[in-house]
Design a protein around this ligand. Structure first.
Ligand code: GLA
Length: 387
């Protein structure tokens, strides 16, 4: 199992070697999501949590108007003028995208040196892009004393993902990276942005991620199409009921009346979202009551919905969830995040984790030819400066 601690001392040293300066250091975490998938951009509910896998940023001011970047993980550098920012379909997009947001809002920033690294896995559905965006924004906010609020930064990071990375994501990932709290999930209403911290203290149960090692890129996947399909469903209902703004305002009856006759596929997509919102609310009650078995069953149902109705799973993730379904030590499991690859999230009885991991890893390799990576994650705090 992978769970080594990230060495910020080394990042500092590498930064100094690249730029010959003393940096400030920041960290922003990735996230898991217990339940509530593909609901955020539909004004629905989510229950994510920040994890102990993060993006790390080292930063210092420059005297000129240039941006000098170094990615430690990719062993690549970038140099450009602050006045000439554009998407390059590379790791630089997450840094330049949030810089662009600051400039669009007329914020007074100058040139900077920035080194980027982390122990978060890229393309595994743990929201590495949001972690980088939030770490960079936090760093720039502090470096240039911009006085941005946490919520402003969340919204700017999300906007950067839309404009530079080309993924029309919801707000869950950036919100969780910034607002995460150790030991807690965040029940977030993505319409009002009201949120509540829910303790994730599940006696004797570990949250274990199985990385299918099917790498996903939401920009090239069906993610944006799913969002459009939901919006199309809303538009059809709205023709008849103008006050409807999003799927949050739509009932099963409205779907049956106005969407089903138009398009069975869009009906299916929208129905999943409606069900998932209701499921999440019930699951939060399960969690508050400590009924993890009931919560786990809802996770299995979410997976079915994501796989059959929303169609954002893949055969490897389906295999992983199907396999653990027959294991009584696993209380719940489902694919997690945007989909099309990445991780499944599993609630596993603590004393059964090792044996299960051994069994699943061997069988997974046999069934798919792929290696399974396993992470037992801890629930961590959101974005912050490292002293
Ligand atoms: C990605 C997006 C999020 C959310 C999830 C699916 O992680 O960035 O906004 O839509 O997919 O729940």
């Amino acid at each position: 199992m992978l769970s080594d601690k990230y060495d910020t001392g080394l990042l500092k040293k590498k930064f100094s070697a690249y730029f010959g300066a003393e940096p400030l250091l920041f960290r922003s975490p990735g996230r898991i999501n217990i339940i509530g998938e593909h609901t955020d951009y539909n004004d629905g509910f989510v229950l994510p949590a920040a994890i102990d896998k993060s993006a790390y940023v080292a930063i210092s001011k420059r005297e000129d108007d240039n941006i000098h970047l170094a990615s430690i993980a990719f062993n690549e550098t970038y140099t450009g003028k602050i006045t000439e920012l554009r998407p390059l379909k590379s790791w630089t997009d997450y840094v330049l995208g949030v810089t662009d947001q600051l400039l669009k809002r007329g914020m007074a920033i100058g040139g900077f040196n920035l080194a980027l690294d982390g122990d978060i896995i890229i393309g595994a559905g743990l929201s590495s892009s949001a972690a980088v965006e939030c770490a960079v924004l936090y760093a720039l906010n502090e470096l240039f004393a911009l006085g941005l609020s946490k919520m402003e930064m969340v919204k700017m990071a999300q906007a950067a993902e839309h404009t530079f990375a080309g993924v029309k994501c919801g707000i869950m990932d950036q919100f969780t990276s910034v607002f995460g709290k150790a030991g807690h999930g965040v029940q977030l209403d993505c319409r009002s942005l009201a949120y509540e911290y829910v303790p994730l203290s599940m006696e004797g149960i570990k949250i274990v991620l199985f990385n299918s090692n099917v790498s996903h890129s939401l920009a090239s996947s069906g993610y944006n199409t799913r969002r459009q399909q939901c919006e199309q469903g809303v538009a059809w209902v709205r023709k008849h009921i103008p006050e409807v703004r999003s799927l949050r305002d739509v009932s099963q009856e409205m779907l049956r009346q106005y969407v089903l006759p138009k398009d069975a596929l869009i009906y299916k997509r929208c129905q999943y979202v409606l069900e998932e919102n209701l499921r999440l609310l019930a699951a939060c009650e399960d969690l508050k009551k400590g009924d993890i078995a009931a919560l786990g069953q809802k996770m299995f149902r979410t997976h079915e919905g994501l796989s059959r109705e929303y169609e954002v799973s893949c055969s490897e993730l389906d295999w992983l969830v199907q396999y653990v379904r027959n294991e009584k030590e696993v209380l719940g499991a489902r694919m997690m995040g945007g989909g099309f690859g990445g991780c499944s999230i599993n609630l596993v009885k603590e004393n059964a984790v090792d044996a299960l991991v051994e069994k699943v890893s061997a069988q997974y390799r046999q069934a798919t030819g792929l290696t399974l990576d396993v992470y037992a994650v801890q629930i961590a705090d959101g974005t912050g400066k490292i002293a």
